[in-house]
Design a protein around this ligand. Sequence first.
Ligand code: UDP
Length: 318
Amino acid sequence: MKRAVVAGGAGFIGSHLCEYLLSKDISVVCIDNLLTGKIENIEHLIKKSKHFKFVEHDISEPIKITGKIDYILDFASPASPVDYLKFPIETLKVGSIGVYNTLNLTKDKNAVFIIASTSEVYGDPLVHPQNEAYWGNVNPIGIRSVYDEAKRFAEAITMAYYRVYKLDTKIVRIFNTFGPKMQLQDGRVVPNFIYQALKGESITVYGNGTQTRSFCYVSDLVDGIYKLLISNSHEPVNLGNPTEMTILEFAKAIKKLTNSKSEIVFKDLPQDDPKQRKPDISRAKKMLGWQPQITLEEGLKYTISWFQEKLKTKNANL
Ligand code: UDP
């Protein structure tokens, strides 16, 4: 049986990855310090799967794991703008020292490595849609830089380990992703709007809502990550859904799908909020034969029902 380490395995994407790997008969060691990850995301795996092991640990501290490891997936980092602004130093540390530690573990174990990078490496992009050849437009000292620059460093050190030690490394640039297990109030637009619409609260559009995003359903993303993990690629690969819409259109779509009477209100636009974002996924299509299968509407329906269930349970983690 192959064995994988998933750093950040109790997070939104990390926990979906743990489930996916187990479904492929790969045993999983999940490492998470639970700063933004939640034990409830993996509780069912801890209880039910003998091939799943949880280790509470901060990967910014040295990592020791005995036995062979075939794959190391580094998905450890706060990822919501609200979270990384709340934990700026932790975000910088996990994207730098943390990745240094997971890469050294990869070297010791002669494993295959994948780092979760992000569309944020493109900053407020001047090229649209964004392809992997674009170097980005990031404010190095702005409030978002703790995440953007940490991820740019993470890509740089990954490529250095690939070149110097000939490690088998992969870089996935993840665009906006949504689905079950997002925290109801992690501050990102998808949970915010769904939560507000379901509770009948005002839907808060930042700025005038003309900024664009493209949203990918999590099962599509995880499928793409696995395809990349087992591929021969070493260059960064964008994964995301190229269906682009404005945030105001998105607010209206959520209102309609939830039959909500919430009003849409406008709030200040956060500093350095990217004006437009849409992945060019030609590379993923060509190299991995991957493209999203779930439409935005379908994905939102699944996510809304999941949030409805969550809101019903007494211990909803609000
Ligand atoms: N946004 C918004 N209302 C909210 C939360 C976010 O209008 O309640 C906007 C935010 O300013 C950004 C977009 O939605 O333009 C996506 O924000 P998110 O925090 O989900 O992630 P980002 O793509 O900025 O990393």
